[in-house]
Design a protein around this ligand. Sequence first.
Ligand code: NAP
Length: 344
Amino acid sequence: MADRQALLDRQDPLDRQDPLDRQAPLFGRVAIVGIGLIGSSLARAIARAGLAGEIAIADRNAAALARAEALGLGTSYHATAAEAAKSADLVIACVPVGACGPVAAEIAPVLSATAIVSDVGSVKGSVIRQMAPLLPNPRRLVPAHPVAGTEHSGPDAGFAELFDNRWCILTPPDDAEADAVEKVAALWKGCGANVEVMTSDHHDLVLAITSHLPHLIAYNIVGTAADLEQVTQSEVIKFSAGGFRDFTRIAASDPTMWRDVFLHNKDAVLEVLGRFSEDLAALQRAIRWGDGEQLFDVFTRTRAIRRGIIEAGQDTASPDFGRRPAVDAAPAPTEPPVKAAKAS
Ligand code: NAP
């Protein structure tokens, strides 16, 4: 568990109240809709810091819901989002981006006048377009994206430390109510994250290059390797100790989540994919013409970027690409951390 003082040191001075010493929690009732990797990590982090009086959990997947109950992740468990959202002060949709609209439609009739609605989706413009028109008070919609995750899914895969010292980006629309934005920011700080606010358009462009394109490349390179006639399945496994191994880890990410990311961030991904293809063609040309100087220059620049990421504390210099601390921090799952079987 993260050191409590370190957690507090990361908070703004105004928020530097020990969440564990609060007289009253930040929220009375928080509803978490979707208890997968992110929803279950959030439930654990909220409980760790005592940020909510009640944590109402909903999931359409009966197996995931039962697992959440067995793990004791909440205070109540519901088969529908509407049941969990009833009398909630904050409802957080922790579902794939394409399911945010249906969740908004389901909770809208039961939301109180002061309820705040948020999400954790990896795309923000589409979430606002889907949810805002359906909500009774769209000015209390505060979209959020914790830039933290793993390739695993389901309630067993989550852990309270997932957001510690990671960024959480909030993309409130211009007319969002200030108290709602402040409370969602305080929640994420209490969960250990550093909070940044930006527009949804800016978020979607930045994440297209830093997260979405890398996943697309990983899915593609692993698919290409598997298709190559000369590279047999066993050779892919046998020689995957090199850079390929890290691509296979990324390419193991949840297909539903990533399908939705590409369908809902289409414009920004196509924009950066165009730039990427041009730069790749330039490297291809340098290799063809034996232009070692250009290759050396590009590789020197990228090496400096990697060092900058390590210096910023967003990764470690260990040869496992910084994975081990997160894995060690996670409680050992009782079963392999795969997604709970879908309810029929
Ligand atoms: P996950 O582990 O697959 O869990 C999602 C859960 O939501 C599943 O149990 C799913 O049930 C349930 N669900 C789907 N539609 C629902 C609905 N309409 N009502 C109620 N429950 C529903 O997913 P995750 O990795 O936590 O991702 C959740 C969100 O976080 C996504 O928007 C993703 O973009 C974002 N995010 C993910 C990461 C990451 O690394 N994974 C990082 C940052 C943000 P079924 O199994 O029946 O579909």
